[in-house]
Each structure stands twice: as structure tokens, then as C-alpha cells.
Design a protein around this ligand. Structure first.
Ligand code: HEC
Ligand code: HEC
Length: 292
């Protein structure tokens, strides 16, 4: 310890501490920093007094304001539940056609339906519901089973080729694997299927097989897809004339469909979504643009 003195280089006083000739300058914490430090400490103490803070044993200091976050959460939950029961009631009992004409109900459908769709449906049908290979678009006005309220609602309830006992059942037969059509016959009928939506795109070879393909279609396919190929909602067989494809409309995709068959699986939602949610999703899907 030496006597504090003024340091000739910096003009500051020293603290009087000295180690091996090195002296420590007196540089106190700047006033502003000291001010904030003291204020934050004071605020902390104030908060300890006002709010629940210190645990002791199974209990804790409650604070003089008596704020209880648990009861706040409880209140919010009760409020949310009562809100939900109001719209659940509305969506379960009101005719969907009436809801569809009600702007307030539809604003709710758009907001809530988007979340429900994202959580449950978009993994397969896409965020924009436009589908993708193997998954039908829900916005294209083309329906396997139908786009009216009751049909969509039922599709959601029981699924397609799903594990539900009432599930809709639809299968495109594996004409190749099952030995029902030879490779040449499959190519002929593929030519016919292409001609239903894009007759200009037939190659010369395909055009030459069209007559055979037409006949094979009438014999093997018309029972499900209809004589004109426009599909049948009774058996969930898609329209082959509209240019919309689930599995692809190029020659390779069509021959693959004919060879191995297709069995698209749409899960059922009866156990996983409430009826109100299913009705809301039905309205949501129709609101995306595809009606019947
Ligand atoms: C695991 C994938 C998957 C999920 C998840 C899924 N779907 Fe599907 N959905 C399908 C497939 C596949 C089909 C077509 C089945 C077929 O090809 O026969 C389909 C068909 C449909 C159809 C019938 C379309 C028509 O043309 O008749 C509707 C409506 C539908 N889905 C709505 C939904 C909604 C709403 C949800 C969310 C609650 C959902 N899907 C979730 C795979 C899925
Ligand atoms: C037993 C009824 C049935 C018969 C018979 C049948 N189909 Fe299908 N076909 C379906 C069903 C159902 C689907 C949809 C399968 C799915 O989406 O999972 C389908 C799908 C298709 C597709 C795919 C469509 C797309 O959008 O990608 C093509 C192509 C097709 N069938 C052509 C034919 C041709 C050609 C024949 C005759 C050789 C035929 N089908 C016979 C029921 C049938």
C-alpha cells in the first residue's frame, strides 16, 4: 500500500495499491452505468415485492399484487372452451348450405380451416390443396366421389380404401400384373386413353392402335370409367377425358397405371376429427374453389 498520488501520464489518481512497481489507477464505474445498475437492482426488489417470486418448500412468496398466472391460464382456457362450444354447436347443427352463405361463418371457416387443413391434410394434398402425384387436387372441380356437402363429409368420415368399416372402396385393377391385358393391348388402350383428352398428341404408332384400343376400353374399362371415359362416382373411377391426372397422363404413367393398378388410400377421420371439424373442413374444401 502506498499513498494515492496523481499519475503523471493520465492525470488520474492511483488507488494506492502497488504490485512490483505497478500501480492501479482510480477509474470508478462511469456514473451512467452505476445509475442503471442501481435502478435494475431496485426494480428487481420492487418486482419481488409485487409478484410471486421466491420459492420456499412447496410454497412461494405470493407478492402483494396477488397475480396468479395459473388462474389466468385457467380463465383463458375456460373462455376458449366456451368459444369452441359455441362454434361447435353452430357447425354441427346448422345446414352447411346456410353456413356457406353466411360471410361471418365463412370467415371463421377460412381462418380455422386453414390450420386444420395444414395439420391434417396438406401432407398429402399439398398446402394449396392442389394435390401431387398420387394425391388428387381438391381445387380442380373434378371429383372422384363428388363435391357436394354430404359426399365430401362422408369421404372425410370413412376415408377411401381406409380401415373404416364403411370406407369407400376404389381400385384400379392391375391389368398387366393380373394377366388381363398383354403389353400390346395395354399400349393400344393407352393410345385410346390419351386420345380422350389430347387427340392431337397421338404418335403415328399410337393412332394406328386406336381402333383396337377403343374396343378394349369398351370391354375392360367402360364398366368403371363409363362408356365415354368420363368416370363414375359410384365406384370412384376418375374422369379420363378432362386432362386432370392423379398419377400422370403421359403414356408411361398411363401404362404403369394399367400394368400395376392403383389403390389410393385416403385415411378416415371419424375418430380423429370431431363432426364440427369435418363439417368445417368440408366447407373449407369447397371454398377453395372446387364445387360440384
Ligand atoms: C395419407 C394421405 C392423405 C391425407 C392425410 C388426406 N388425404 Fe384426402 N385423399 C388422399 C387420396 C390418396 C385420395 C384419393 C383416393 C383415390 O385415389 O381413390 C384422397 C381423396 C380425398 C377426397 C375425395 C376427392 C374426390 O375427388 O372425391 C377429399 C374430399 C379429400 N381427400 C379431402 C381430404 C381432407 C379434407 C383431408 C384432411 C382432413 C385429407 N383429405 C387428408 C390422401 C390423403
Ligand atoms: C373396377 C373398376 C375399374 C376398372 C375396370 C378400370 N378402372 Fe381405371 N381406375 C379405377 C379407379 C377406382 C381408379 C382410381 C384409383 C385411385 O385413384 O386410387 C382408376 C384409375 C385409372 C387411371 C388413372 C387416372 C389418373 O388420374 O391418374 C387410368 C389411366 C385408368 N384408370 C384407366 C383405366 C383403363 C384404361 C381401364 C381398362 C383397361 C381401366 N382403367 C379399368 C377403376 C377401374
Amino acid at each position: 500500500m502506498t499513498k494515492p498520488e496523481r499519475d503523471p501520464y493520465t492525470g488520474l489518481m492511483t488507488t494506492g495499491h502497488e504490485w512490483n512497481g505497478i500501480k492501479e489507477l482510480m477509474t470508478p464505474i462511469p456514473g451512467l452505468v452505476k445509475f442503471f445498475l442501481t435502478t435494475t437492482i431496485l426494480i428487481a426488489v420492487l418486482l419481488w415485492i409485487l409478484f410471486p417470486t421466491w420459492p420456499y418448500g412447496p410454497n412461494y412468496t405470493k407478492g402483494v399484487l396477488g397475480v396468479d398466472q395459473r388462474s389466468l391460464v385457467q380463465e383463458v382456457l375456460v373462455k376458449a372452451a366456451s368459444l369452441r362450444s359455441v362454434w361447435e354447436e353452430q357447425f354441427t347443427t346448422t345446414d352447411m348450405a346456410i353456413l356457406e352463405g353466411d360471410p361471418d361463418a365463412m370467415a371463421f371457416v377460412r381462418m380455422h380451416g386453414e390450420r386444420l387443413f395444414e395439420d391434417n391434410c396438406s401432407a398429402c394434398h399439398g398446402l394449396d390443396a392442389a394435390g401431387g402425384p398420387g394425391f388428387p387436387s381438391l381445387v380442380d372441380d373434378q371429383w372422384l366421389w363428388g363435391g357436394d356437402f354430404e359426399t365430401i363429409l362422408e369421404t372425410l368420415r370413412v376415408g377411401i380404401n381406409a380401415k373404416h368399416e364403411d370406407t369407400r372402396y376404389a381400385e384400379m385393377l392391375a391389368f398387366g400384373d393380373e394377366g388381363m391385358l398383354s403389353s400390346a393391348e395395354r399400349q393400344a388402350v393407352t393410345a385410346y386413353v390419351i386420345s380422350l383428352s389430347r387427340p392431337d398428341e397421338l404418335t403415328e404408332k399410337q393412332a394406328g392402335r386406336l381402333a383396337e384400343g377403343t374396343e378394349l376400353f369398351a370391354e375392360n374399362c367402360a364398366s368403371c370409367h363409363g362408356e365415354d371415359g368420363a368416370g363414375s362416382r359410384d365406384v370412384g373411377a376418375p374422369n379420363l377425358t378432362d386432362g386432370f391426372w392423379i398419377y400422370g397422363g403421359d403414356a408411361n404413367s398411363i401404362t404403369a397405371t394399367l400394368r400395376h393398378g392403383r389403390v389410393g388410400v385416403m385415411p378416415y377421420w371419424e375418430d380423429r376429427l370431431t363432426e364440427a371439424d369435418r363439417r368445417l373442413l368440408t366447407l373449407y374444401v369447397r371454398d377453395l374453389g372446387a364445387r360440384d
